[in-house]
Design a protein around this ligand. Sequence first.
Ligand code: A3P
Length: 301
Amino acid sequence: PNYDELAPRPEVFDFNGVTMINAFTDNWENVQNFQARPDDIVVATYPKAGTTWVSCILDLLYFGQTHPERQTSIPIYLRVPFLEMALYSSEINFVGVDIVNKLDTSPRLIKTHFPVQFLPKSFWENNCRIVYVARNAKDNMVSYFHFDRMNAAQPAAGEWKDFFQRFLDGKMVFGSWYDHVNGWWQKKKTYPNLHYMFFEDLAENTDLEITKLCSFLGLSVSPEIRQHITGEVQFDNMKNNSMANYSTLGHGIMDFNTSPFMRKGKVGDWKNHFTVAQNEKFDEDYQQKMKDHTLQFRSLL
Ligand code: A3P
């Protein structure tokens, strides 16, 4: 879509059973035909699950020592491009595939929000390493709500109570949270090069999660460097870092006065949004939707 014509907000539609908007389907053929390299690293998430956080960690792990200038001069959305994104305006064209194809780093770090069945097949064929980040549904929903309020490229958030119902109905952009987290979890069984991590674990012990990530990636990183990275990616540091906080993405897309991209970075903020009745309804519905799956999130009581 063309940003200059983006008001009003984009319409959602059903795309192969998944709710989507044009920005993520316009370039479908090119995205599906994307040629992966065996050393490409994919960071896959449902929107608002901690994509930027893990993207920054990956970038620091791979390039923090060799290309420290990256962290202070290149926005995270160009260091770890969003594969399926296709936006055009008079000021900026943002076509994820083209940006990835111009990367001169090795490995290439690539972001996607696709549900597992949409990932271009070349990644599977090349046995690429994939890092999936999941966040508990309630906080993920709250974070998505504030994101849709501030991001003109997304459908309008509307009222919280309606957004809440749409989330339960799986009508968010990139589809149902439930399908997304379970679909990727299921894939782990047949695809060992998938590392599944949780926002809540990262919040509790960043250093430990980085250690596990390094082991998955086959990286040996000294405790000093690991601690340095842990410090760099603390919420306040990322919030204040213009190369991580999306503040460089002007162009009338994100309205930071409505809600900043780095909003709260907390586990449990859902308690400030869910009514008691919504919480009961949510829990009952959640049990139904998750009962046939082995994936477990930690209890947030
Ligand atoms: P909140 O809206 O709850 O604050 P994504 O990068 O997938 O869009 O996810 C954004 C969410 O991750 C936001 O959640 C943001 O604040 C949070 N986040 C980003 N970096 C973080 C960090 N370093 N520590 C904690 N939370 C972080």
